[in-house]
Design a binder for this molecule. Structure first.
Ligand SMILES: Nc1nc2c(ncn2[C@@H]2O[C@H](COP(=O)(O)OP(=O)(O)OP(=O)(O)O)[C@@H](O)[C@H]2O)c(=O)[nH]1
Ligand SMILES: [Mg+2]
Length: 280
């Protein structure tokens, strides 16, 4: 899948993050619990060096709970400080705050004010998480990637928390990573071929997680054997996504499936398992 990036824009974001890093005591790295490895920026470890860091697997409500547990165990094993979180509801805020206090006590016990920086890929919920920590809507949140443009400091108690724009990396190593990042909404939709993206998703579902095809879209038992294009047509027909002449409107069908996925209507789905080494 051909994906358009903004290397210029991303280089600026990276430069800005680099400039602000010396001010920070603790990095809150936000990743998407549906792709706990692919949504971590491989450049981040180099950028932040030995600075204290907490990894947050956000949007845990949309991820497979069993796989989230496996990922948490996996990252703990590799020495990460990690929690899962739902920034939309604030569930598990206590566990996140406890971990922040714990790491802060170890890393900078003498400081009266701790400076935390929320960083991560676009649209993973950085601003939502910041709002949860400060218990008000201090930062703007939005459904599209690229909502936060500049840096914003917000205070609460002994914390000064910095919200930052999403940081993608200029080259995505492989197509599969690009597919996952696009599917969970980290790339602006106008830069994507939606039909192609959803065909790749249907192919993934067919092979790895067919239950939404059977149960949610009501397709037959031979679904696993069918071509993704054929699945797209069948879903469009069942959902009445037709154009003039009675043919299935493929783009609208693809958009509908994408919306269903984004809203969690297909059930919790995690797109990768902790079998590969993490990026840090
Ligand atoms: N279901 C679910 N949605 C979430 C969660 N956290 C954030 N969102 C939604 O994800 C979208 C992006 O949230 P933001 O907080 O704006 O994400 P961001 O990382 O600041 O995005 P950029 O500033 O664009 O990089 C919004 O529609 C949020 O409501 C979560 O834990 N679960
Ligand atoms: Mg933001």
């Amino acid at each position: 899948m051909e994906i358009q990036w903004y290397p210029g824009h991303m280089a600026k974001t990276k430069r800005e993050l680099k400039a602000v890093l010396p001010l920070l005591d603790l990095i809150l790295e936000v990743a998407d619990a549906r792709i706990p490895a692919s949504s971590r920026n491989p450049d981040l470890s180099d950028l932040i060096g030995k600075k204290a860091r907490i990894l947050i697997l956000n949007k845990v409500d949309l991820a497979d709970p069993l796989l989230t547990d496996q990922w948490l165990a996996y990252y703990r094993e590799t020495g990460e400080r990690v929690v899962s979180f739902n920034a939309r509801t604030g569930e598990k805020l206590g566990a996140l705050e406890n971990l922040i206090h714990q790491v802060a006590c170890e890393a900078f016990p003498q400081k009266a004010v701790g400076r935390l920086g929320v960083v991560g890929v676009p649209n993973c919920g950085k601003s939502s998480l910041l709002n949860r920590l400060v218990r008000r809507s201090a930062a703007r949140v939005g459904e599209r990637p690229g909502v936060t443009r500049g840096r914003q400091w917000v205070k609460r108690g002994k914390w000064e928390i910095l919200d930052t724009p999403g940081l993608l990396w200029p080259k995505i190593a492989d197509q599969e990573t690009g597919f996952k990042l696009a599917l969970v909404g980290m790339i602006k939709p106008e830069n994507l071929a939606t039909e192609e993206l959803i065909l790749a998703f249907l192919d993934w579902l067919r092979q790895n997680h067919p239950s939404p095809l059977l149960n949610y879209y009501g397709l037959g038992p031979m679904t696993g054997e069918r071509d993704p294009y054929d699945l797209l047509l069948a879903i469009g027909a069942r959902r009445g996504c037709l154009q003039k002449g009675g043919e299935v409107n493929l783009l609208r069908t693809a958009e509908l499936i994408w919306t269903d996925f984004r809203l969690g209507k297909l059930g919790p789905i995690t797109l990768e398992q902790p079998t590969v080494y993490p990026v840090s």
